[in-house]
Ligand binder design. Structure first.
Ligand SMILES: [Fe+2]
Ligand SMILES: [Fe+2]
Length: 274
């Protein structure tokens, strides 16, 4: 019997309308609005929504204030909470100030919330100024302690950097200390890990736990000829159903032409990330 379902969004790369960057013409915020509308119109009725990072594209405080209005709009449209985690394109201090309405600080953002018996744990894998991700020792200790007590219907862990590799992706896309995190998750009540970052749907198991990286709402990444990588106009989300025996994941693709935005070489991407 289904316990609940939730929606997994990722990599929204949103900015305030006045922010000028490489994605300004792509109306990435509108895509998120359309996704919230699509979830409602298709009567998906999730118990919650979680966005697994890269909420902004190098956002400042004003960007996060704006992103908060979009998230709140989606939350009231669906009548459910929308939880977020941070990705490598996010920044902790402006996020805390603009989104959380707190004093700006570099404190990692992580939490545990239980919704209808399912525990959602959000982790902060983003590190200042870095493309790669890592879960710090403090969070690992907190997670270990939190997972000592199982949740009624199991735990979902949300973070930005995936634990599973995708064919052709450089290894620095993975969580750098995934072995350490895997050791904490293994043998507990964790029924799923949801991630983003790779802008490609990828489902598998890690330490026996279902692991899902989703494409996201902003754009999809595709390998192209001559070791190039192209970003295409793609927008989608995943519906995750939680059953007694585990989870199922349904990918919803939003209508669109999947036109190419731009492409770059793998070498250029690697150099950019150093
Ligand atoms: Fe991203
Ligand atoms: Fe990312």
């Amino acid at each position: 019997m289904e316990k609940l379902k939730f929606v997994h969004l990722t990599d929204t790369h949103m900015n305030a309308p006045e922010t000028n960057n490489i994605f300004s013409k792509q109306q990435l915020t509108e895509k998120v609005r359309r996704v919230f509308g699509h979830i409602r119109d298709n009567a998906i009725s999730p118990a919650f929504v979680v966005i697994t990072g890269d909420l902004s594209h190098e956002g400042n405080t004003q960007d996060y204030e704006y992103i908060r209005t979009i998230v709140d709009e989606g939350s009231s449209l669906l009548g459910v909470p929308v939880y977020v985690v941070l990705g490598n394109h996010d920044h902790r201090a402006p996020f805390r100030e603009g989104f959380l309405k707190e004093k700006p600080s570099e404190q990692p953002y992580h939490y545990s919330h239980t919704i209808q018996g399912v525990r959602l744990i959000g982790l902060n894998s983003q590190i200042k100024g870095q493309h790669h991700g890592e879960i710090d020792a403090e969070q690992l200790a907190w997670l270990e302690e939190t997972l000592r007590t199982p949740a009624e219907h199991g735990t979902i862990v949300a973070l930005h950097h995936p634990l599973l590799n995708i064919n052709g992706m450089p290894a620095d896309h993975l969580l750098a200390n995934r072995e350490q995190l895997g050791a904490v998750l293994e043998g507990k009540d964790v029924i799923g890990v949801v991630a983003g970052h790779v802008h490609t749907n990828n489902v598998g198991t890690y330490k026996g736990i279902c692991h899902v990286a989703a494409t996201g709402t902003a754009f999809g990444g595709e390998a192209a000829e001559d070791n190039q990588f192209k970003m295409v106009d793609f927008c989608g989300y995943n519906v995750v159903s939680v059953f007694e025996e585990g989870i199922t994941v349904q990918t919803v693709v939003m209508p669109g032409m999947q036109e190419e935005f731009f492409r770059f070489s793998m070498e250029a991407a690697a150099a950019h990330n150093e």
